[in-house]
Design a protein around this ligand. Structure first.
Ligand SMILES: *[C@@H]1O[C@H](CO)[C@@H](O)[C@H](O)[C@H]1NC(C)=O
Ligand SMILES: *[C@@H]1O[C@H](CO)[C@@H](O)[C@H](O)[C@H]1NC(C)=O
Ligand SMILES: *[C@@H]1O[C@H](CO)[C@@H](O)[C@H](O)[C@H]1NC(C)=O
Length: 461
């Protein structure tokens, strides 16, 4: 042991003994090694952390979203221009179509300018960062020479070995092929399999202003409103709202240009039959939501501007008594969750009779509003953060951590089969998804998370 310590010391130091002058004895230590550059290391550390904060995944997403906006916008312009060409008889219709095309062009120009400035910014950032990384690398290589005891190198070797071992273990796992029921006629896309990464990520028109809300695309739009998107923002104390805001396309939602503007339910907020909680959906030009201060679903007809009421079974929990939750937080006023799928509108709620587990009912949407078939599930509401419905199958999510949400549960209304092993992960852009809904119009999951709107493509097999 002693030897180990002494030998490197001897290697480091050469001691020269000076001739004694009278009665004093002087020893001179001469370090044959260069001194470790602590200041250089700390500069490198600073540089690395600046680099980390400069480059974030959100930034690359921004570019992707702008491109997506442009991609969706251009065919629309093309369509509008061809309408214009057909109608160009010099009359009123031609003039109107010209205005539409002009607006389209204006929005595209805005998008394009944003894209231009964003890509210029990234170009500069990329150039700067590449140079920084090269410098850092050179400095670190230089510093590795000071690792005379090879500590870092051994650590790296160990990490590599551990990784190889992990891969080896995983490679040996047997793969499971569950048997699947046949594809249904009403589910043209096949079976729900997975979700993509975020496809749209935007702060919308009022960045950061409204924490709670919902957004999406009408699965059964009116003719001419096929591309329209809607947003409900909880404006009063993050609990209530009295309007739905509409956008003629996804890109106008992203750039924050609402041409039709708001459709108001009532001038007061909150009041009888206005919106309570974030879990609203738009279906067939009508907004479905939890009515303010009632155990009931409201249907607001956007055309007639009338509200129809559907009382839920006696004992249904409301007024923030039975919310979606995760370990750190419950999402207030989420007693009722409205959902859309290929077949229409559904509502998820809880009753004491079902011990606080989720209850699912179909909403029958004739002239009157009626509660259709009802299913009781065995999943406890407070262990769930959100639900959505695809092709008659209910899915539930739970919070994993700030960046990940898991779709863990499903209930098939055709077979009554419940599963707790779905294991599909959602890559979050903000910690709390306050509302989540599926639109069969574009097979997208629309999430409203901490004032941001995010969407994910549902992948079928
Ligand atoms: C992009 O922006 C730069 C700087 O603002 C400008 O000089 C350039 O003309 C723009 N390019 C296009 C194609 O608009
Ligand atoms: C689901 O999609 C994610 C992201 O695209 C991917 O990483 C993951 O491996 C997929 N999972 C399955 C089970 O296919
Ligand atoms: C909304 O009102 C309009 C006009 O009264 C009517 O034609 C339409 O069917 C209603 N929509 C729903 C979903 O009830």
């Amino acid at each position: 042991m002693m030897l180990c310590v002494i030998v490197p010391l001897w290697a480091l130091l050469s001691i020269t003994q000076q001739a004694p002058s009278q009665d004093t004895c002087v020893c001179e230590f001469e370090n044959s090694e260069t001194i470790f550059p602590h200041d250089k290391l700390s500069t490198a550390e600073d540089d690395a952390s600046t680099c980390n904060s400069d480059v974030t995944p959100q930034q690359t997403l921004e570019l992707e979203i702008l491109l997506l906006g442009l991609k969706r916008r251009l065919p629309q312009l093309e369509a509008d221009v061809s309408i214009l060409e057909k109608e160009d008889d010099g009359d009123l219709y031609g003039v109107l179509s010209l205005r539409v095309a002009e607006n389209e062009l204006l929005e595209i120009t805005q998008l394009f300018n944003r894209l231009n400035s964003t890509s210029l910014r990234y170009q500069r950032l990329t150039e700067g960062t590449t140079k920084q990384l090269e410098d850092l690398r050179a400095e670190m290589e230089e510093m590795a020479m000071f690792d005379t005891l090879q500590v870092v190198k051994r650590q790296q070797d160990n990490q590599r070995l551990r990784r190889d071992l992990d891969q080896c273990e995983h490679g040996l796992q047997p793969s499971i092929h569950p048997t699947r029921p046949p594809v249904r006629a009403d589910c043209p896309h096949g079976h729900f399999m997975n979700v993509s990464g975020p496809r749209v990520y935007t702060a919308g028109e009022y960045p950061g202003s409204y924490m709670y809300g919902a957004w999406g695309r009408d699965p059964k739009p009116e003719v001419g409103k096929e591309n329209w998107h809607w947003v409900v923002m909880l404006t009063s104390g993050n609990k209530f709202s009295n309007f739905v805001r509409r956008y003629t396309s996804l890109s106008s939602l992203i750039i924050g240009k609402s041409v039709p503007g708001n459709v108001q339910i009532h001038a007061a907020n909150p009041t009888t039959n206005t919106i309570q909680g974030p879990n609203a959906v738009l279906y067939g030009e009508a907004l479905y939501y939890n009515c303010y201060n009632q155990d009931a679903v409201c249907r607001f007809n956007l055309t007639a501007k009338t509200v129809t009421n559907l009382k839920l079974p006696k004992g249904t929990r409301y007024n923030s008594k039975s919310n979606f939750c995760h370990i750190d937080e419950c999402y207030h006023f989420t007693d009722l969750d409205l959902l859309t799928d290929e077949s229409g509108v559904w509502v998820v709620y809880t009753t004491p009779q079902n011990f606080g587990n989720l209850v699912l009912s179909k909403i029958e949407d004739g002239k009157a509003l009626e509660l259709g078939r009802t299913w009781r599930t065995s999943v406890y509401k407070q262990g769930v953060t959100n639900t959505f419905m695809v092709c008659g199958v209910l899915y539930a999510t739970r919070y994993v951590d700030k960046t990940t949400e898991e779709i863990f549960y499903s209930f098939d209304t055709m077979t009554g089969v419940e599963r707790f092993d779905i294991g599909v992960f959602i890559n979050k852009m903000a910690p709390n998804i306050y509302s989540l809904n599926y639109s069969p119009a574009d097979q997208m999951l629309h999430a409203y998370a901490n004032a941001n709107m995010v969407s994910y493509k549902v992948l079928f097999s």
